[in-house]
Design a protein around this ligand. Structure first.
Ligand code: CP3
Length: 353
């Protein structure tokens, strides 16, 4: 297998030279696109969309048909893993993801076993291989998973975006139980991501959406240590091509040196850090991905171009930057602002390469 025709994304992650700064956008296939909403309506609901390889392929390709993005990302969700563990994922309309059977009892935690990605997550692997075929080697495909800690947050709280009272209560009151869950999650994530690579994923990303809610010491013990365990278990080369790994802790700006030291190729940045300062801290070890505030995409094309230019200038000359937002694109984003962003990054970045 040769590298994709447009391999700027893979090259930037490996800090090899590129003619311009590549860009993709977190949640690039999503509700800000009318065609996504139409396909989702055909599927019936979000999980049916994820479980149907034809439809998952269709929505993965939609943003690429509109914008000259430099990477595709598997259309799925991080919560497929706890769902496969039997926790009963559902999406309450307008409320985000929820679990029917969150982990609240010691016996349920002791019963937890790692998932088999080729068992009831085979639909994800089918989507990966079908998307690879549809991409026809134009741009690389990113596979992904939630981090062991972020998955544990949903598994214990039963939903996201809380104050994490239950998870933190367990971290301080029964750390043995939380470590048990995290160990099962880490083993599951390794198997899940390696199966995605076997199915055709060409780069991997770990989403640690809630690690930033932890104290300094708790972050290292309950999130970072398990991401390190995951990274150590991943397939890093396939068909003679390196498979780069990106680690993104939202709210992790204080810990960049520590994240950069766990063996990943790139670190994702949210919008709270200056990317130039981040580069000075860790740019010799890893590539950086980020970090425009997604809210900027709610303004005008002129402002989008100006603010994108600031991120590019802050990173400065040389390779090792994958342009992205600091978090997922908002559902009320005008698509023409995304078009302006992709064009601005491609045009304005050439002088830095
Ligand atoms: O980036 C992409 O285009 C790939 C697809 C992708 C989705 N979710 C699709 C999705 C990816 C990479 C994710 C990751 C994900 N899912 C994370 C980590 C990244 C982050 O945002 O921090 C998290 C925490 C989740 C859990 C989850 N799933 C949430 C919080 C939601 C949103 C709930 C809401 O209504 O806003 C989902 C649902 C979801 N996952 C949607 C999409 C496009 C929207 C669902 C819909 O169509 O109704």
């Amino acid at each position: 297998m040769s590298r994709p025709k447009n391999d700027t994304f893979l090259r930037a992650l490996l800090r090899e030279p590129t003619p311009y700064t590549p860009i993709w956008i977190m949640r690039q296939a999503g509700r800000y696109l009318a065609e996504y909403n139409a396909t989702r309506a055909r599927a019936g609901d979000f999980m049916s969309l994820c479980r149907n390889a034809d439809l998952a392929t269709e929505v993965t390709m939609q943003p690429l048909a509109r914008f000259p993005l430099d990477a595709a990302i598997l259309f799925s969700d991080i919560l497929t893993v706890p769902d496969a563990m039997g926790l009963g994922l559902y999406f309450a309309e307008g409320e985000g993801p929820r679990f029917e059977r969150p982990l609240r009892d010691e016996w349920a935690i002791n019963d937890l076993t790692p998932i088999d990605p080729w068992g009831n997550l085979r639909y994800v692997m089918d989507a990966v291989s079908q998307i690879r075929k549809a991409l026809a080697n134009e741009v690389p495909l990113i596979g992904f998973s939630g981090s062991p800690f972020t998955l544990a947050c949903y598994m214990i709280e039963g939903q996201g975006g809380t104050d994490f009272e239950r998870v933190k209560g367990m971290a301080y009151g029964r750390p043995d139980l939380l470590h048990k869950i995290l160990d099962v999650n880490a083993r599951s994530v390794v198997a899940y991501l390696n199966a995605q690579v076997e199915s055709g994923a060409q780069a991997l990303m770990l989403f640690d959406t809630w690690g930033g809610a932890l104290s300094n010491a708790a972050y290292q013990e309950f999130s970072l240590a398990y991401m390190q365990q995951v990274v150590a278990g991943l397939t890093r080369e396939r068909d003679g091509q390196k498979v780069p790994v990106i680690v993104f802790t939202k709210g992790g700006g204080l810990w960049l040196e520590k994240i950069a030291a766990i063996g990943c190729d790139a670190v994702g940045l949210d919008w709270t850090v200056d990317i130039g300062e981040a580069r000075a801290r860790v740019g010799k070890r890893v590539a950086l991905q980020g970090n425009l505030d997604p809210t900027i995409l709610l303004t005008t094309p002129e402002i989008v171009r100006r603010e994108a230019g600031k991120v590019l200038a802050s990173y400065g000359a040389g390779t090792g930057h994958v342009f992205n937002l600091g978090h997922g694109v908002s559902r009320v984003t005008p698509p023409e602002n995304v078009a302006a962003l992709v064009e601005a990054v491609h045009e304005q970045s050439r002088i830095y390469h």
